[in-house]
Design a protein around this ligand. Structure first.
Ligand code: NAP
Length: 276
């Protein structure tokens, strides 16, 4: 990269950010499109200071990750209607000091699913009721999917189910549930706990479409079992790439180089696999 006094600065804010593959994804995209821009990881301890830093330093675009996706909202000048409905922002565009928040997690998940299955008229079990489940739940409802929320903690699960207008199922009772699609949104199965599976494996029936949004490892225990039981599987890498691609579009107004982004993330993930 040829960095100079005109280089535009982008980055991710969150805590922790040391594991983030967003720098690999976005720097590969900037390089391949010839943009004079760089993307860094900023570990931020409190959101107000991060926002002041973005404005003061003229950082052009920011990804927002745990724990700031909801906390950032009151500090923004404008919120895109989808992000407002979801109640979480994962992308900030800085337009001459005016910060606008978006949610590309929802679009990223929908695109990853739509590459493998139609959505309208399908039924879907969403495992988990956190920020990602909320984004995906809203998007799938808009796409005409009949959703059920399955969660370990009743209160959180019921709250999300109520806001989506859909049924809640306690995780311990998931055995009797059926869905054309299962979307796993908890951190269960993520490195280093790679042998954990969030649901009993016998509920994975041949023909189901199973997406795990965990992307380290790329094939989680849930996806491995699903594949062995004849389900179509979608890894979290797809959602990650598409949410990043939508960020690139918002920041630059250009079509994202999705294949380049895909290759960069897969390389970054395989380097990690080799280190483990
Ligand atoms: P979050 O808001 O903290 O929600 C976590 C959810 O997981 C909650 O519903 C929680 O249930 C459940 N959970 C946590 N530990 C559990 C366990 N041991 N057993 C059963 N349920 C458990 O997190 P989030 O922002 O939604 O993110 C969730 C995961 O998605 C993270 O691993 C994140 O890296 C990943 N993610 C991936 C992408 C992508 O692009 N692929 C994008 C966004 C997020 P309780 O309510 O019972 O606590």
């Amino acid at each position: 990269m040829n960095l100079n006094q005109h280089t535009a600065l982008y980055g991710v804010i969150g805590d922790p950010v040391g594991h983030s593959r967003s720098p690999a994804l976005h720097n590969a995209a900037f390089l391949s499109t010839g943009l004079n821009a760089v993307y860094l990881a900023f570990e931020g301890k409190e959101i107000e200071g991060c926002i002041r830093g973005i404005k003061a330093l003229g950082i052009k675009g920011v990804s927002v990750t745990i724990p700031f996706k909801t906390a950032v909202i009151p500090y923004l000048d404008e919120i895109d209607p989808l992000a407002r409905r979801i109640g979480a922002v994962n992308t900030i565009v800085n337009n001459k000091g005016r910060l606008k928040g978006y949610n590309t997690d929802a679009l990223g998940a929908a695109k990853a699913l739509e590459e493998r299955t139609k959505l309208r008229g399908m039924t879907c079990l969403i495992i988990g009721a956190g920020g990602a489940a909320k984004a995906i739940g809203f998007m799938l409802k808009e796409k005409g999917v009949t959703v059920s929320i399955v969660n370990r903690t009743r209160k959180r699960g019921e709250t999300l189910a109520r806001s989506l207008g859909c049924p809640f199922v306690p995780l311990v009772d998931v055995e009797g549930e059926k869905g054309d699609i299962l979307v796993q949104t908890t951190p269960v199965g993520m490195y280093p706990h790679i042998n954990q599976c969030p649901v009993p494996e016998h509920i994975l029936e041949q023909g189901m479409v199973v997406m795990d949004i965990v992307y380290v490892p790329a094939e989680t225990r849930l996806l491995k079992s699903s594949r062995n039981r004849g389900c179509a599987t979608i890894s979290g890498v797809g959602m990650f790439i598409h949410q990043g691609a939508e960020q690139f579009r918002l920041w630059t107004g250009m079509d994202p180089p999705v294949e380049v982004m895909n290759k960069a993330v897969k390389e970054a993930l395989s380097e990690q696999d080799e280190r483990n």
